[in-house]
Design a protein around this ligand. Sequence first.
Ligand code: PEP
Ligand code: MN
Length: 269
Amino acid sequence: MNAMKLATKAGRPPTVIEVGKVRIGEGFTIIAGPCSVESEAQTLETALAVAEAGADMLRGGAFKPRTSPYAFQGLGLEGLKILEKARAETGLPIVTEVIDPRDVSWVAEYVDVMQIGARNMQNFSLLREVGKSNRPILLKRGMYSTLDEWLSCAEYILSEGNPDVILCERGIRSFEKYTRNTLDLSAVPSLRELTHLPVIVDPSHATGRLSLIEPMSLATVASGAMGLMVEVHNSPCDALCDGAQSLTPEAFRELVRRLRSLEAFMEKL
Ligand code: PEP
Ligand code: MN
């Protein structure tokens, strides 16, 4: 039996996932927002800024899978309610992470796309649970995972009946310490050979460095990815999480301008 009969291409056309007016897999989708939802003011201010700059969707974590149990863990339900408000104000669909299988069904009521983080890529009970939901799933690559292992995790979700899986490359662990992770951009064209599922890139967690977000974002467009997920904060120096890799709204606006012009150039190639 083919262990990845649903995730592999097998003659299928590329999957396009509809989230409101956004079509992931067609054109280049830009997802932006803070690492975590910290307060209503911080989230709404950032959401309005990224919407105005041209983002297609808003990200923001209400449940944070932190390396330390003492680090900020997210606002939970209160954070989801803030995200709902941000969607109402901006019209942007919401992406947020879910970390516990027991939360999946009720979190799905609040958000448009549920994210499975790198640390949970192989949390099989969580994958089965999101596979039963009717929301698209953004599945990040585990930090030590091969493409095969990653696609196998997508297969868990697909095999439960949920056809809408977006793959997100977010860097893998290597011996290199200058960057937070090593962005494996070759994963993008490789996955386009292997799977019909849309592939996007997160340059924020991949590099951990503000100065590298723009070049790696532009390289993401050139790699043939279907989108980008990038961290933006209204005041990065006050961020409770990942401030050092978060763009200001002004830097994000300039990034979008460059991405869109590269996207238009690529279409003519
Ligand atoms: C995130 O996107 O908020 C996140 C925690 O990323 P990752 O799971 O890739 O580390
Ligand atoms: Mn983060």
